[in-house]
Design a protein around this ligand. Structure first.
Ligand code: PLP
Length: 397
């Protein structure tokens, strides 16, 4: 804000206190640089598969330009209900238990707004997606980070949850596979987390946006475990698996009472997701599986490449089991996350995101998105190698 702009006096205190997303900063700088390679942004580099784009074009051709039911097109909710039952387990009633939203972003926002009273507390695992803690703060509630560690593949344990729990905790926010660590949770681990949620009477908000992009083993939803369907909000969307970020479609499935509360906020704030995007989403669920698997296989190849290169370069990096992020430990260079990312960007024009953008537990790490081409990853790693040579010369490490 420039110094003549006095509008800060109009801005709510809790909004003034919110940090801007650290991801966008790096992306903005990289996008201004010629020949920069961005490993910064968490967005598929694939264009949305043609059949899905075609469905959107067909919708426009047919003059589908209206609002839809606030809950979303019935055809889409029916398709979501079938898809979730077939792939995740729980069956949700499309009339009362499914709400179509503008991405998982909206689903998360209205879920929190629907359940939180001022002062309530929400547990979430850290490092995690940049929106979680601010979204809780925007509800005048308190986000409590539960740290996870590289030594344990960033797994969230019931012991860590118990240690972080405080009176006033109402919800637990989960994200498996996890942005930024690529961590997943086994059925056994989820069972322990579920037992904890029941013991403490928590609503679980489970963001499973990367679930199709699970590379090793099967994805399990906590909503499918005994006794969890009634205390879980299952959030999912089309952005990542179907390369549909710009369409902005997601959904929430859960107990009718909570969905109804979310619907009220959605009705007043949003009304409905775009009809064109919803038509495209129907096509994605009907016929998009092969394209989705093709993209997942590409991500897996890229993951194997980038993780191998990081480890060869002396940046210890665990193998992410899902999502499209590698999370190497850069503190071995003697630089902290921000110094590493800043110097790398300015000297070699490679954008990575400092781990601290994802919470204090990300200190010492940087996130590299491998949702970019194989060639870009090779070039980026070659440049990182050069960068490391100069850093080692400077520090004598
Ligand atoms: N949840 C996680 C964990 C994400 O990484 C992202 C985007 O990066 C979102 C939600 C937002 O997704 P959408 O495009 O569906 O709003």
């Amino acid at each position: 804000m420039d110094s003549n702009d006095t509008s800060a006096r109009f801005v709510a205190h809790h909004v003034c206190g919110l940090p801007k997303s650290g991801i966008r900063d790096f992306f903005a700088i990289a996008s201004q640089m010629r020949d920069a390679i961005s490993l910064g942004i968490g967005e598929p580099d694939f264009v949305t598969p043609f059949a899905i784009r075609e469905a959107a074009m067909r919708a426009l051709e047919k003059g589908k330009t209206s609002y839809t039911d606030n809950r979303g097109l019935k055809t889409l909710r029916d398709a979501i209900s079938r898809y979730v039952a077939a792939n995740y387990g729980p069956e949700y009633n499309p009339e009362t238990e499914i709400l179509t939203t503008i991405g998982v972003s909206e689903a998360l926002d209205i879920a929190l707004r629907a359940i939180l009273n001022p002062g309530d507390k929400v547990l979430y695992h850290s490092p995690c997606y940049v929106s979680y803690s601010p979204a809780v703060a925007l509800c005048h509630a308190q986000a409590i980070a539960v740290p996870t560690f590289a030594a344990n593949n960033f797994a969230l344990t019931a012991d860590a949850l118990s240690a972080a729990w405080e009176p006033g905790c109402k919800a637990l926010l989960l994200n498996f596979p996890t942005n930024p660590t690529g961590g997943t949770a086994s059925r056994e681990l989820l069972a322990q987390i579920a037992a904890f949620a029941k013991e403490k009477d928590l609503l679980v908000i489970s963001d499973e946006i990367y679930s199709e992009l699970t590379f090793d083993g099967d994805h399990t939803s906590i909503a499918s475990l005994p006794g969890m369907r009634e205390r879980t909000l299952f959030l999912h969307g089309f952005s990542k698996a179907y390369a549909m970020t710009g369409f902005r479609v997601g959904y929430a499935c859960g107990p009718a009472g909570v969905l109804d509360a979310m619907l009220k906020i959605h009705q007043y704030a949003i009304m409905c997701a775009s009809i064109v995007s919803q038509e495209a989403a129907v096509e994605a669920l009907a016929n998009g599986r092969d394209d989705m698997l093709r993209m997942r296989d590409k991500y897996r190849e890229r993951r194997d490449l980038i993780v191998r290169r990081f480890n060869e370069l002396g940046l210890p990096c665990h193998l992410p089991k899902g999502a499209f992020y590698a999370f190497p430990r850069v503190s071995v260079t003697g630089l902290d996350s921000l110094e590493f990312a800043t110097r790398l960007l300015h000297s070699q024009k490679v954008a990575m995101v400092p781990g601290t953008a994802f919470g204090a537990a990300g200190a010492g790490f940087c996130r590299a998105s491998f949702s970019t081409s194989y060639e870009h990853i090779i070039n980026a790693c070659d440049r990182i190698e050069k960068f490391l040579q100069t850093v080692r010369k400077d520090t004598g490490a």
